[in-house]
Design a protein around this ligand. Structure first.
Ligand SMILES: Cc1ncc(COP(=O)(O)O)c(C=O)c1O
Length: 354
């Protein structure tokens, strides 16, 4: 049958976003999508156990006010400053749809979370790529390069590199950029500081967070953004009416209230991360200082792809990002201590004797 495309030319032309592999085989050590290796707060299990399934016939709270109140109180802001999404990916989609189109460009650093430019493409918005310096720091002229755009997006800590741009630098960008500055804080719970206050102090700043990493709730899909009430109001117009389902709202409320559990799991992951970073350095690996739950590492021979492939042969999946700046590295999510010990065992078998 002859096929004529019914799609918009932009959709036909684009490649789409490729998410990290979610293999079905269970005997793999899965360290490729920065999930948390530990279970979520025990309160989540209680919610699921006590949940009245008859309630599922009803729609969820459309504006998720109960959940937004909890998020607001955890972060010391007001409900009007918070919007929730079906994962932070949903928040990203809402933002790009709000601030970009064929006339309003977006700008994002490179490398960073590769979904940003894909969302720009979908929106028919040109994306200005701003290359990071060789050490993955922000270039001096980022403001000049971004000046043509209405939205500047970056992750802090950045992904897949893991480093934390200096706060003063970020604040300077917020103060001088004429459009919206979007700071993706997906990994912030593993880092030394955050930029939430900038979203409250500058009218053009949006900060987003997710429960997918530190809260061990990637499957539940809950992300949120914080900004001034006018920005949040506008974003609410763009979101789907029921973008966060009822179960997710309930689960998220309880998980947010268990700050003690969060801290304990995050501390454990950071301590494993630091131990593995030291062990890899001893083997001659170089790496970007990590403020996240992953390590972006380059093996002694600089062949990131080979390291990725060798680990794969031993049933360990990490992530490889081909490219001029990223190709020398592999990104390893931090797993349990036992999983990371296995990574070290295999890594020593490859590089130890050389
Ligand atoms: C920088 C960054 N932002 C956002 C996300 C998406 O997170 P979520 O699961 O909340 O959609 C990821 C996921 O890996 C990420 O690395």
């Amino acid at each position: 049958m002859d096929y004529k495309s019914y799609f918009r030319p932009t959709v036909d032309a684009m490649g789409g976003y490729t998410p990290g592999e979610q293999p079905k085989v269970l005997d793999l050590i899965k360290l490729n999508t920065n999930e948390n290796p530990y279970p979520p707060s025990p309160r989540v299990e209680e919610v699921l156990r006590d949940f009245d399934t008859a309630k599922l016939r009803l729609y969820p709270e459309p504006t998720a006010d109960s959940l937004r109140d909890v998020i607001a109180s955890v972060n010391g802001v007001q409900r009007e400053n918070v919007i929730v999404g079906n994962g932070s990916d949903d928040i990203l989609t809402i933002i790009v749809r709000c601030f970009c189109d064929a006339k309003r460009k977006m700008a994002c650093i490179d490398p960073t979370y590769s979904l940003y430019p894909v969302l720009g493409e979908l929106q028919g918005a040109e994306c200005v790529r701003i290359e990071l310096d060789d050490d993955f720091s922000l270039p001096d002229d980022i403001l000049e390069q971004a000046a043509v755009a209405n939205l500047l997006m970056f992750a802090r800590p950045n992904a897949p590199t893991g480093n934390l741009f200096p706060r003063e630098r970020v604040e300077e960008i917020c103060a001088h950029f004429r459009g919206i500055v979007f700071i993706d804080e997906a990994y912030v719970d593993f880092s030394e500081n955050n930029c939430l206050d900038l979203a409250m102090r500058y009218p053009n700043v949006i900060v987003s967070r997710t429960m997918s990493k530190s809260y061990a709730l990637a499957g539940v899909r809950l992300g949120y953004a914080v900004a001034n009430a006018k920005i949040i109001d506008g974003m609410m117009k763009m979101k789907d009416s029921y973008n966060v389902n009822m179960l997710t709202q309930r689960i998220a409320i309880e998980a947010f209230k268990d700050g003690e559990y969060l801290r304990r799991m995050v501390d454990k992951i950071i301590s494993t991360r630091n131990r593995i970073a030291a062990a890899l350095k001893e083997l001659g690996f170089t790496m970007v200082p990590s403020s996240t739950n992953f390590l972006f590492v380059s093996p002694p021979d600089g062949n990131g792809r080979l390291y990725f492939e060798e680990l794969r042969k031993h049933n360990i999946i990490v992530r490889y990002f081909p490219g001029k700046k990223t190709g020398d590295y592999a990104r390893i999510s931090i797993g349990t201590d036992a999983e990371m010990d296995r990574v070290m065992e295999v890594t020593r078998s490859i590089y130890g004797a050389k």
